[in-house]
Design a protein around this ligand. Structure first.
Ligand code: BGC
Length: 563
């Protein structure tokens, strides 16, 4: 670190103040590189674009950035198919650009998290190419999961596992002598062969990769598919598996998700992170079946943090939001870890869209959201309220680029432009995630609304001129203004930031109201009902929308200093 980034002094319930590690309360801004800012005019975002815009990110009032994979890659899955973990995808820039980016971010007081993809490599990675050229049962093949096929000629896949993006999770190879050969496992695209984490060479390689980036300035890593690395030894059939990525609650012993053996991997990673001063940190992307299973990744000798996906899967109803938030807090408290709240990312439907659709019962599928027509204005109103809610809860928060502008999913991208492998692998039944990856509008005009000097890799809706940074930055009623105000207050108000479930006093103030107090002198109230309600006595510090004669309207939240 080049700068000492000051830590907020956190008030405790007894009024004393203590400092907490930054990652326990940080707000982290996620950068999906190809869609953030295009510095060289080729239509694709890049590191030069990010470096130009770092002051903007810092001005929002966040503490850190998480940068999606930036490594050389055929881009079969937006860079989550890594061909070389120690270099940069040339259209994004160079290693020098990456190191400069990290040091410039540090100078602005921003920590930098990178993205590590340990479950699979690209099929163009040197290891996989060597595996293809080698014989069955060779050392080269043992780094991946190769098996003979079933059936008389071995022409059926080794088991019934499905790829998250659709179709079988197995692909047959042609052996070097030209005969049909073994099959390899790919839980995602066929261009993403799964690594064999029972192989010590794989484990060592990833420790070396982590070290490589820690030594160059990375403050930590987001771990991709953290729940997927280990597979049950004999690779048994999974049977019916409707969700594919979400480990189902009725399968405590799923053969490839959330296996108990995975925890040993993260204990090794934690030991490495703790050998650095200051210690490096991790955040897990783990789609597991309960807050308790998630918390198991956050035991004191494992990972620091993990995204909380239950909260964002909850319908917009006070009771359900309170139930999921308190369950997450309780499970995290049991292992002493902070919750990481999140509403959107590059994989899941943008929350303006999710919240603007009819709300389902129970937890929804975050990749598709509920069915029904989107009312984006309603979604934006709820998104404003949801922001105040998540920023008021104890722990850290992840923001996805563009949510601060109120961007919605682009639901009508022309089919011929879709790039998510889901589109092809689902036989054109699932459009996939491109609609949440449309480039950011920076200005009100220009060929790609200020994203770059020419057209962007995906077209932006014309209406996004009104949602651009330029359009919103001086508008007191804009989403951007709300984000900057709320983030500033979150740093200033001693009640906010780090804490545990014990710091939240839920208040029973009405069926459609979610309300809680934190010390000192703070109350957050959210109205998920359809009529305005009276506010608790106090001064309104911030509201997500205009009040109605002093009452809190539907789909609005307020922060209050009680009297
Ligand atoms: C990433 C996705 C990616 C997948 C496979 C995820 O969970 O966030 O974008 O497609 O892992 O690497």
């Amino acid at each position: 670190m080049t700068t000492d980034i000051s830590r907020k002094q956190q008030a405790t319930t007894d009024g004393s103040r203590k400092s907490v590690p930054w990652w326990r309360e940080a707000v982290t801004y996620q950068i999906y590189i190809r869609s953030f800012a295009d510095g060289n005019g080729d239509g694709l975002g890049d590191l030069a674009g990010i470096r130009d815009r770092l002051p903007y990110i810092a001005s929002l009032g966040v503490d850190a950035i998480w940068v999606n994979p930036w490594y050389p890659s055929p881009q079969a899955d937006g860079g989550y198919d890594v061909a070389d973990y120690r270099d940069i995808y040339p259209p994004f820039g160079t290693i020098d650009d990456a190191v400069a980016l990290m040091s410039e971010a540090h100078a602005l007081g921003l920590r930098v998290l990178l993205d590590i993809v340990p479950n699979h490599t690209s099929d163009e990675h040197a290891w996989f190419q060597a595996a293809l050229a080698a014989a069955p049962r060779s050392r080269e093949r043992d780094r991946y999961i190769f098996r003979p096929g079933k059936g008389p000629n071995g022409n059926e896949p080794p088991n019934d596992w499905l790829a998250v993006f659709g179709g079988s999770a197995w692909q047959r190879v042609t052996e070097p002598d030209g005969t049909p050969g073994e099959w390899y496992l790919h839980l995602f695209d066929a261009k993403q062969p799964d690594l064999n984490w029972d192989n010590p060479e794989v484990r060592q390689e990833f420790l070396d990769i982590l070290r490589f980036w820690f030594d160059r300035g990375a403050d930590g890593f987001r771990i991709d598919v953290a729940h997927g690395l280990m597979k049950q030894k004999d690779l048994p059939d999974v049977g019916h598996d409707p969700e594919h990525l979400l480990a189902p609650p009725d399968r405590p012993d799923h053969p490839h998700w959330d296996r108990p053996e995975v925890h040993d991997v993260y204990r090794e990673w934690r030991t490495l992170a703790d050998s650095y001063h200051p210690s490096r940190v991790f955040v897990a992307e783990a789609w597991v079946s309960s807050p308790e299973r998630l918390a198991a990744y956050l035991r004191p000798d494992e990972l620091h943090t993990a995204f909380d996906f239950d909260f964002l899967r909850s319908p917009w109803r006070a009771e359900e939001l309170r139930r999921t938030a308190s369950a997450s807090l309780a499970a995290h408290d049991a292992v002493g870890a902070p919750v990481m709240w999140v509403l959107s990312n590059h994989d899941i439907i943008r929350h303006v869209t999710r919240l603007g659709r009819p709300q389902a019962e129970g937890l929804s599928n975050p990749f598709r959201g509920s069915t029904g027509v989107t009312d984006a204005q309603l979604g934006r109103r709820r998104a404003r309220a949801a922001l105040l809610l998540e920023l008021a809860l104890p722990g850290g928060v992840y923001l996805y680029q563009g949510e601060e502008l109120g961007l919605e999913d682009v639901e009508d991208l022309p089919e011929e432009l879709l790039q998510d492998p889901t589109w092809e692998r689902s036989g054109h039944t699932e459009r996939g995630r491109d609609g949440v990856r449309v480039p950011i509008p920076w200005s009100t005009s220009g060929p790609s609304l200020g994203f770059g000097s020419g057209p962007a890799w995906l077209p932006q809706p014309e209406s996004w001129a009104r949602l651009s940074v330029q359009a919103e930055e001086h508008d007191p009623a804009s989403m951007l203004t709300l984000y900057t105000k709320a983030l500033r207050l979150r740093r200033e108000l001693p009640a906010l930031g780090a804490g545990s479930g014990r710091d939240v006093r839920w208040m029973d103030v009405g069926e459609d109201l979610l309300a809680f107090a934190r010390d000192p002198e703070f109350v957050c109230v959210v109205n998920t009902g359809s009529v305005p309600v009276a506010l608790p006595a106090g001064d309104v510090v911030l509201a997500s929308g205009p009040l109605d004669e002093g009452r809190l309207p539907a789909d609005t939240a307020a922060w209050i200093r009680p009297r």
